[in-house]
Design a protein around this ligand. Structure first.
Ligand code: NAP
Length: 278
């Protein structure tokens, strides 16, 4: 039997736990799927997408990660409302020779905040990063009634552009700006790739947070990133990236196969993954 094919595409890609995650979904749901890591350079995007649309056995979808979430948008045949609003795609559904872009990062991020009882309604947000993931989660937080949003990013124009779309303020990511914005933020999110593999952090070691503040990292490997360590030292409650990883992948599964992965399955996979990497 030809199993439908799927992949997580990005560069770098070795860090991704998506193949292990989708293997768990496939087993739990009794639905065979051949899902793999595909290192894809930006220059090869058009050629590979062209081949995949028409391939046999067919591809069902891609999970799209760093650095392609924004640049892939204009190369697709159609976009779901989630991707249009965010201006970023993290899931592609291949159907009838067409590639349709979706964004499930926002939904996955809100699910992880909800599980930690840290929803953004009325909260002052400090969003670190303005790449594809930051777009998805920024748009979702705004939609969920977040209060003032400050976006800081290494490339200042991108911070300003995203902040404008979110009705917030944008600036360059530097220690002084982070220290100032962190001091009165309720929810601080690392949506940069700093911390992947355990090195780098968007906040200085001496950062201090409000007593009730929650710090959330999208990076999930290692589970306790340098950002989360600094946040704990600075007095914040912390949320790692696994909850979002599992929830955004479950949303992708339901786009591809039209069926939800039961909550009990998701909870068990999440605690298994967290256990393995702590
Ligand atoms: P992306 O579109 O390539 O954006 C990368 C972001 O990181 C940009 O804001 C970039 O700033 C910033 N950055 C990269 N290197 C930096 C450095 N040396 N100093 C300061 N800033 C730096 O990638 P993405 O798709 O948004 O992913 C971002 C991270 O989120 C990745 O680690 C990814 O694995 C993680 N993620 C996790 C989940 C999850 O489910 N847990 C979901 C999505 C993403 P510039 O704009 O200046 O380049």
């Amino acid at each position: 039997m030809n199993r439908p094919r799927a992949a997580v595409v990005g560069d770098p890609i070795a860090h991704s736990l998506s193949p292990e995650l989708f293997a768990e979904f496939s087993e739990a749901m009794g639905r065979p799927l051949h899902y793999r890591r595909l290192r894809l350079l930006s220059v090869d995007l058009d050629a590979v997408l062209g081949n995949v649309r028409e391939a046999s056995p067919p591809w069902i979808g891609w999970s799209v990660t760093i650095p392609h979430k924004v640049s892939i948008l204009s190369r697709l045949d159609d976009l779901a409302a989630s991707a249009k609003e965010a201006g970023a795609v993290n899931v592609i559904h291949f159907k009838d020779g067409r590639a349709i872009g979706h964004n499930t990062d926002g939904e996955g991020f809100l699910a992880s905040l909800e599980a930690a009882k840290a929803l953004p309604r009325g909260k002052k947000i400090l969003l670190l990063g303005a790449g594809g993931a930051a777009r998805g989660i920024g748009c979702a937080m705004r939609g969920a009634g977040a209060g003032e949003i400050t976006v800081l990013n290494r490339t200042e124009e991108k911070a300003k552009k995203l902040a404008k779309e979110l009705g917030g303020r944008g600036g360059r990511l530097c220690d002084s700006a982070v220290l100032e914005a962190a001091a009165d933020a309720d929810l601080i999110v690392n949506a940069t790739s700093l911390g992947m593999g355990g090195s780098g952090s968007p906040v200085p070691e001496r950062v201090k947070f409000r007593k009730e503040a929650v710090a959330c990292d999208l990076v999930y490997r290692p589970a306790l990133t340098p950002f989360l360590k600094a946040a704990r030292r600075g007095g914040a409650r912390t949320i790692g990236g696994f909850g979002m990883l599992v929830a955004q992948a479950a949303a992708a599964w339901s786009i591809w196969f039209g069926e939800g992965v039961p909550r009990a399955v998701l909870d068990s996979i999440r605690s298994d993954f967290e256990g393995r990497s702590s």
